[in-house]
Design a protein around this ligand. Structure first.
Ligand code: ADP
Ligand code: F6P
Length: 322
């Protein structure tokens, strides 16, 4: 039997991502439209354990759809990983009358949501991460903004790379996942793309490629390197020593995680926020929302976490050919 939900909580957890505000806004406004009361939980699971809980109305989420970051704040919380922490969090929810929570975050945050649902609080997860590393969905909130930010930065580096006839390594985010590097590698026409999932650490191959390109008259050489491989500065030194071509490293870092969300991130985050509010209102729990084959869908958290994400082989192949 579906549990009747009267009050919905919403929180953001893990690394922030552009579009999280659009998702919060959608959860708040659609839940209110569904006749529910909404509370905002600040700073993720840590804020829940600290009872940093605020009332939210339509007006609380005015003027945020265009803003990066998350108005609720986000955090990583060790205490919530313990059973005691999870029980305490569920008791705090009950004390504040919260019977359902929308958790916007990555797969770590989904594990937290699963634990909370086991404690009797209905939970729905939304994929909020710039890394696109959640297996059950083809889209995650923030990825589109992050790749567009990184792509524009790499275009700029390429201009100066050509002028000075240099080799430039640009390091993009993605500690365990190479999707930002892969997409930017294709979009920026990179000469080498290094992904944690694929890189064989054969630097000689890169060096040979640089020398070969130079012989063919290419004035620049762009290498997009993922954070998961890292060491861009020392790699630049080694490449310069081996090729005699001036080589520089640029680490784009947190600029990729901030900034005003793209149209796609605003619209998809709004759709997903509304979808989460609707399935929570219908009494569903322990579900995550995804985007698959052109449609918004939801999965059991267990099932979603068991899925494996791999780099699309055809996309990887064309990145090397182009
Ligand atoms: P992301 O959600 O971006 O993957 P993390 O992996 O850091 O980020 O997870 C965010 C938070 O979710 C953690 O700080 C912790 O509070 C909670 N969390 C992660 N894994 C678990 C788990 N196995 N059980 C309970 N809570 C978890
Ligand atoms: O949010 C995803 C991400 O940006 C990864 O690409 C990166 O590895 C990680 O977060 C860094 O997070 P932090 O420095 O905030 O721990």
């Amino acid at each position: 039997m579906a549990k009747e939900i009267k009050t919905v909580g919403v929180l953001t957890s893990g690394g922030d991502a552009p579009g999280m505000n659009a998702a919060i806004r959608a959860v708040v406004r659609k839940s209110i439209a569904n006749g529910l009361t909404v509370k905002g939980i600040k700073k993720g699971y840590q804020g829940l354990l600290n009872e940093e809980i605020i009332d939210m109305d339509r007006h609380s989420v005015s003027d945020i759809i265009q803003r990066g970051g998350t108005i609720l704040g986000t955090a990583r919380c060790m205490e919530f990983k313990t059973l005691e922490g999870q029980k305490k969090a569920a008791d705090i929810c009950r004390k504040h009358g919260i019977d359902g929570i929308v958790v916007i975050g990555g797969d770590g945050s989904y594990r937290g949501a699963q634990k909370l649902s086991q404690q009797g609080i209905n939970t729905i997860g939304l994929p909020g991460t710039i890394d696109l590393d959640i297996a059950c969905t083809d889209y995650t909130i923030g990825f589109d903004t992050a790749i567009n930010t990184a792509m524009q930065a790499i275009d700029k580096v390429r201009d100066t790379s050509s002028s000075h006839e240099r080799c430039n390594i640009i390091e993009v985010m993605g500690r365990n996942a190479g999707y930002i590097a892969l997409w930017c590698g294709i979009a920026n026409g990179a000469d080498d793309i290094l992904l944690p999932e694929k890189y064989d650490f054969d630097e000689q191959k890169i060096i040979d490629n640089i020398i070969e390109n130079r012989k063919r008259g290419k004035t620049h050489h762009i290498i997009v390197n993922a954070e998961g491989i890292g060491h861009s500065t020392s790699m630049a030194r080694r490449i310069e020593a081996a090729t005699g071509i001036e080589t520089r490293a640029t680490i784009l870092g947190y600029m990729q995680r901030g900034g005003s969300p793209t149209c796609k991130d605003r619209v998809y985050a709004s759709m997903m926020g509304c979808y989460a509010a609707d399935i929570l209102s219908a009494g569903k729990t322990n579900r995550v929302v995804g985007y698959r084959n052109g449609e918004f869908v939801d999965y059991d958290i267990e099932e979603a976490l068991a899925m494996q994400k791999t780099i699309n082989e055809y996309q990887y192949e064309i990145s090397r050919i182009l």
